[in-house]
Design a protein around this ligand. Structure first.
Ligand code: SR1
Ligand code: MG
Length: 423
């Protein structure tokens, strides 16, 4: 399932999409009114897919269609349409595990590699909000619930060995998307690669240092091995702030097309990394000094809380919902067994923290020296200032990745970030 190009696939333009949706009763009913009156606009600004906003007289939809190539690069880089199948599978699964924290699916068409979802309004992409210096008070609670529940309930702590192996198999075909991560995050930024780029000459020396840094090459290779081999749970696989839509009160995680059974710390690290990049980029965006200070203080306290609340919720689930084959309760009888298992939970979470710190560092380096960048830094017009912000983030990332073991708490990470803020 989910492999190859389905017969019947074609890249839709707005008129084709109108016909397709009009022929799908559940969708037509949701949009309301005559199909000729629906407004349809392609708005995709991501790296891979088409995204249409469709509005009718009684409702709206976001419709995502996979292209048979990487949109960012063009037809020279083919990419399987099966990613739409894996995204649909992951989104359905996450919707069950974390209700209300992902968009509702209204329609999926396998042949067209197309999924229609509830239109999230007035939500915006979180990254855009962060660039504007906006504070999201509900974010910590929502994202930590999403991560704790999706990562816990898809792991051996909650599933039987048979269920887990079936689940791994159902995502095993998503290897082309994994390969993007393996190359763009874990390999290319550390070597000369055609697709690498950085946007100012001020970073030439920093990029050369990273290409020559063998301690860093060992550290990124260990992380790559973990990504390749550690099928801990179903991860989102691309959980950056461009994959999160927000309002003051709501958080929705979108775009799990990179989903597969991988290391938990990859998702947690992605969230931490993107908040840390927002922190370092803040110096380059227009804001009053008071607002900037308040935003930066909120971002760092959010980094602290994302980790601590995630860890608290994850361990609480382990205490109350451990239906999996790992850590059989028969091996931990009585009070002594319970106390020993509780200590082991803390050991597990400490190891997970180390993974998250390493992966966070990898995510920062790839966004500054690899192919795919983010607007946090890219929208800083003053190139010298942009390079300064990026260099601070790179320096933190190098330390986090090479000296991971010395970061034994999230406060140590935010302290290091704060110290580099004026470097
Ligand atoms: C070629 S795809 C580049 C990046 O876009 C996605 O959002 C993933 O982060 C991927 O690595
Ligand atoms: Mg995406």
């Amino acid at each position: 399932a989910g492999q190859g190009t389905p017969s019947g696939y074609r890249i839709l333009n707005e008129a084709d999409l109108r016909n397709h949706l009009a022929g799908t009763p559940a969708v037509a009913a949701r949009l309301g009114g005559p199909a000729e009156r629906w407004s349809i606009t392609e708005v995709g600004d991501g790296n891979l897919n088409l995204v249409f906003i469709v509005k009718g007289s009684s409702g709206g939809l976001a419709v995502k269609q996979a292209l048979p190539y990487v949109r960012l690069v063009g037809e020279s880089w083919p990419l399987p349409l099966s990613r739409a199948h894996f995204e649909h599978l992951a989104l359905t699964h996450q919707g069950r595990l974390a209700p209300g924290l992902v968009p509702a699916i209204v329609h999926h068409d396998h042949a067209l590699a197309l999924t229609a979802m509830e239109l999230l309004e007035p939500h915006i992409i979180m990254r855009k909000g962060l660039v504007a210096g906006t504070i999201y008070p509900a974010f910590v609670d929502h994202i930590t619930t999403f991560m704790a529940r999706t990562l816990f309930f898809s792991s051996d702590l909650a599933l039987s060995a048979a269920e887990k192996k079936e689940a791994i198999a159902s995502f095993a075909g998503n290897h082309a998307l994994c390969k993007i991560t393996e190359d763009l995050i874990f390999t290319d930024p550390y070597r000369i690669a055609e697709q690498n780029r950085w946007t100012t000459p001020w970073l030439d020396a920093a990029a050369a240092d990273i290409r020559a840094d063998l301690d860093l090459h060992v550290a990124i290779s260990r992380l790559k091995l973990k990504f390749l081999s550690s099928a801990e749970t179903l991860i989102h696989g691309d959980l950056h702030t461009g994959s999160i839509m927000v309002t003051d009160a709501e958080t929705k995680v979108i775009d799990p097309e990179f989903g597969f059974y991988g290391p938990m710390g990859f998702d947690v690290g992605a969230v931490l990394a993107n908040l840390l990049m927002a922190y370092f980029a803040s110096a380059g965006h227009e804001q009053s000094p008071g607002d900037r200070a308040a935003f930066e203080s909120w971002v760092l306290s959010t980094v602290d809380q994302v980790w601590s609340e995630f860890a608290r919720k994850f361990v609480a689930l382990w205490r109350s919902e451990a239906t999996g084959d790992a850590y059989p309760s028969s091996l931990f009888p009585g009070e002594a067994g319970a106390a020993r298992l509780e200590r082991e939970r803390q050991v597990y979470v400490a190891r997970l923290f180390q993974d998250a710190v390493g992966f966070a560092a990898a995510k920062i380096i790839r966004r500054i020296l690899g192919l795919a960048h983010n607007i946090d830094f890219e929208l800083i017009e003053d190139t010298r200032l942009r390079a300064t912000c990026e260099a601070r983030a790179l320096r933190l990332a190098r330390t986090l990745m090479v000296e991971t073991a010395s970061f034994t708490s999230i406060e140590a990470v935010t302290k290091a970030a704060r110290e580099l803020r004026h470097w």
